[in-house]
Write a protein of this length. Structure first.
Length: 155
């Protein structure tokens, strides 16, 4: 058991060594503090006790904030919080194949519009570009399919 004597003469304790190490971790010990043993043996510097010295000599730690869950690294590339925009994007790509575009093109357009509305309602959802691509490719796929069907009937 020890008492801790600060540089201005204040004494704290008695406390065991584990408690004093905890005080050092909390920054409550100054560099000139002394350890006064309860048994009356020799007074020593806090640096004379290896466990306390290890804490006091450790480099300062800087707390690093964790990224917020709303700011996931891929949330801009893959708008998983706006499923209509994401699904519409993929459907629109397949709508560019002739004949498939008759069914998939309008579906991609509708999903793109829903995706834009959800993005406007909550900007954290992302997916605005995916929604616009869904609408654009949905229109292109529908036109390609209509031209293909017209060519088949006329030709």
């Amino acid at each position: 058991m020890y008492k801790v004597r600060t540089s201005n003469g204040d004494e704290y304790g008695p406390a065991d060594l584990d408690q004093i190490v905890q005080w050092a971790r909390e920054g409550r010990l100054d560099k000139d503090a002394l350890l006064v043993p309860a048994d009356g043996s020799e007074v020593k510097s806090v640096y004379a006790e290896p466990r306390v010295a290890a804490v006091l000599n450790a480099p300062p730690s800087i707390p690093v904030p964790l990224p917020k869950t709303d700011e996931a690294p891929l949330s801009g590339l893959i708008p998983y919080k706006n499923p209509p925009a994401l699904i519409g994007y993929y459907v629109s790509i397949f709508s560019c194949f002739p004949i498939l575009g008759l069914l998939l093109g309008p579906a991609a357009i509708v999903l793109g519009i829903i995706g834009i509305r959800r993005r406007k309602a909550d900007p954290k959802r992302r997916g605005l570009v995916h929604a616009w691509i869904a609408i654009s490719f949905g229109v292109i796929g529908t036109v390609i399919s209509l031209v293909t069907v017209a060519a088949l009937f006329l030709g």
